[in-house]
Design a binder for this molecule. Sequence first.
Ligand SMILES: Cc1ncc(C[n+]2csc(CCOP(=O)(O)OP(=O)(O)O)c2C)c(N)n1
Ligand SMILES: [Mg+2]
Length: 287
Amino acid sequence: MTTIDQQRLARVAEAAYQIRMGVLEQGEAQGEGYVGQALGIADVLAAAYCDKLRYRPEEPEWDGRDRFLLSIGHYALALYAALAAGGVIPREELLTYAADDSRLPMSGMATYTPGMEISGGSLGHGLGQAVGMALGLRVQGRGDQLVYNLLSDGELNEGSTWEAAMSANHFRLGNLIAIVDLNGLQADGRTETVLNNEPQQDRWAAFGWQVQRIDGNDLAAVLTAFDVAAANAKVDGAPQVILCDTKLACGVPILESKEKLHFLRVAAEEWPVAKEQLTAGYQGQEK
Ligand SMILES: Cc1ncc(C[n+]2csc(CCOP(=O)(O)OP(=O)(O)O)c2C)c(N)n1
Ligand SMILES: [Mg+2]
């Protein structure tokens, strides 16, 4: 495994901390939300928005940008926190999460939020949209721009995801990178109980994809996987997938131990504790 430069690692770790804190602030403002999965995916989003993605914070619709598609609309607060960390939206706006007239609705909507590429409430459509965008960019002679789609293990139960996976290799979309959050949970229970979708590596490989599987909360591994994917990406090559095993509520012990982690309702007095625990963990890591 390549070694990641320590300064780079520290910079992205700080971003991941900021994203997690932004998630907690949004949760606290509403008293509830899809907080567990957002904390789990924070390292991946920090690597994307504070290291790898090409975009202009002040010009979210810049034509030359890489595309990052969030098909899991309920993860929106994680993306809002990443957009704040990346300078696309003001950090204080996070406090309006899911409020009436906010640009940050509870489920991600492209028409409301700068930097939100697609609306994602109906699961299982992001990869198909990513295939279309990757194909479109290549037709326009801009196949060097990468299209990422962050999807969930619940979305692997949708047939449309596998139709898209099949077509991505058929069209040799080497500019397409899927990232799957394998957090082991979905709305009705554990993924392995609801509808087991392992072995994941073999399934994607059988569809013609280049596969990496990593600990999605090991930031050095996440950065390395993004580097490898970007280096492998080539017009007319195989599409790639990064399978990320993540931990729900990662970094916040008081929330990690909760039972109903798909949608968290947290008592008012627990939010400050959650924030303290996050900061203590981050400071401990720095030493
Ligand atoms: C097409 C579709 N079917 C069902 C739902 C209802 N739904 C909302 S979130 C969710 C769970 C999906 O699994 P995952 O994203 O892995 O859940 P998490 O890890 O966030 O708990 C479901 C079934 C939906 N939004 N869209
Ligand atoms: Mg899940």
